[in-house]
Design a protein around this ligand. Structure first.
Ligand SMILES: Nc1ncnc2c1ncn2[C@@H]1O[C@H](COP(=O)(O)OP(=O)(O)OP(=O)(O)O)[C@@H](O)[C@H]1O
Length: 393
């Protein structure tokens, strides 16, 4: 349905045309005080369209604001959004900020440490990415996506634990929860308050030594749940570009399950050093792993490996009950030419610690599973040739 062209004479098409005309008129009345030109003539609005769906009419406005985030740009975006919202018939507005024209253009001009592989560290793809599309996050050395084909396989749990393990090992670590419609980071890290804004930037929250950010720390739960398409893409982008991440060795991204808008935004807009895919051994989950791996590969993002989760449950007599079959993850990894980074059991204490806002690696550091998670961290650091500032990996 999404990609079917409407016949030009359909009522929807007429409504779309009318609303687009109104939108253009409204935009041409908004003046950028810095240049005295309206936002269309001045080229700040690089695209605008209206899409009609069952949920109503949604205006998508693409902005290219000079000089990056700042009071003037924030005010202008707010004005544009407000004016578009006020148009009779528009139910929703999505602002998508593509790039900042004042940003450096050539790789040589990029901010230090912002490139996907600024120091030419081992393991990273060489030159496969379209650098013109991507914007590095200044000061962030590596962005690592934690992904899964299916939901509920332990992706957020792994992301939270890996971040905690990296921070504990002395790396400057961040964790961004890019699951816009189902954020879990506030619970996993026991964060209850709202994030603060300073100098036009969102301040990450510090928990377990990790700088953390999630849409759940910014807007109320019921608000983001209905966001789709451009809205999700805009929000994901803002979690990277509008958060004051500072200097980070590694920024983990807990992606939503599957391969949707958030993944595309992430891979198109941010230089991602690599992805770790997590799966249960279930056949259905593995089919989605193949799709996920294909997406990363098609975007020239190396998959660092697969983590097998909930592989078995330890019975009181010490034997292992394999709830979702055996060998599937290893076979899938081999077929894709990927490493299995680790195998974790289904361990109720992991869930209990998560629900209490404590990553298991910190709650039960002596446990076997905590050791396995730390070993995954070691492998990731090795693949990125990453060492903590002033220390050994
Ligand atoms: N190894 C494990 N043993 C026991 N429970 C686990 C394990 N890994 C994850 N869980 C629990 O399984 C549930 C799902 O995990 P989690 O939220 O991390 O999955 P997810 O893949 O991120 O899901 P979604 O993407 O749908 O949010 C949670 O209750 C979590 O505590």
């Amino acid at each position: 349905m999404d990609f079917v062209q409407e016949p030009p004479t359909s009522p929807d098409q007429k409504q779309k045309k009318t609303l687009e005309t109104r939108l253009r008129a409204v935009l041409s009345g908004i003046i950028d005080r810095r240049t005295g030109k309206d936002v269309l003539t001045g080229g700040l609005v690089t695209g605008h369209s209206v899409r009609i769906s069952e949920a109503g009419a949604r205006a998508t406005i693409t902005l290219e604001l000079p000089g990056g985030p700042g009071q003037q740009n924030d005010r202008l975006s707010a004005e544009i959004e407000e004016a578009a919202r006020a148009i009779d018939g528009i139910a929703d507005v999505a602002l998508v900020q593509t790039s900042h024209r004042a940003a450096p253009k050539s790789p040589a001009q990029r901010p230090a440490g912002g490139h996907a592989n600024p120091l030419g560290l081992g393991g990273k793809t060489e030159g496969g990415k379209t650098a013109t599309e991507e914007k590095p996050i200044p000061g962030v050395k590596h962005v690592i996506a934690i992904a899964s084909g299916k939901g509920g396989v332990g992706k957020s749990t792994l992301a939270a634990n890996l971040a905690a393990a990296f921070a504990q090992a002395g790396f400057r670590t961040g964790l961004v929860d890019a699951d816009i419609s189902g954020p879990s980071l506030p619970v996993l890290f026991g964060l209850k308050s709202r994030a603060e804004f300073r100098d036009g930037k969102i301040q990450p929250m510090l928990a377990h030594g990790v700088k953390a950010m999630s849409i759940g720390l910014l807007v109320s739960e019921d608000k983001a749940v209905a966001w789709r398409g451009p809205m999700v893409m805009g929000a994901v982008r803002q979690l990277f570009t509008d958060v004051d991440w500072g200097e980070l060795d590694i920024l983990f991204v807990d992606t939503p399950p599957g391969t949707g808008d958030a993944h595309l935004t992430l891979l198109q807009k941010i230089p991602v050093s690599g992805a770790v895919i997590i799966s249960t051994p279930q056949e259905m989950a593995l089919a989605d792993v193949r799709r996920g791996a294909a997406l990363f590969t098609s975007m020239n993002t190396p998959v660092l490996g697969i983590v097998e989760n909930m592989a078995w449950f330890a019975l009181p007599d010490g034997s292992r009950q394999r709830l979702f079959g055996e060998g599937g993850v290893a076979r899938t990894a081999a077929a894709l030419g990927l490493d299995v980074l680790a195998t974790l059991p289904l361990e109720p204490a992991i869930a209990t610690a998560s629900d209490a806002g404590r990553p298991y690696v910190l709650e039960a550091p002596q446990s076997e599973s905590a050791g396995v998670i730390r070993d995954i961290a070691v492998q990731i650091a090795a693949k990125l040739a990453l060492v903590p500032a002033g220390g050994d990996a």
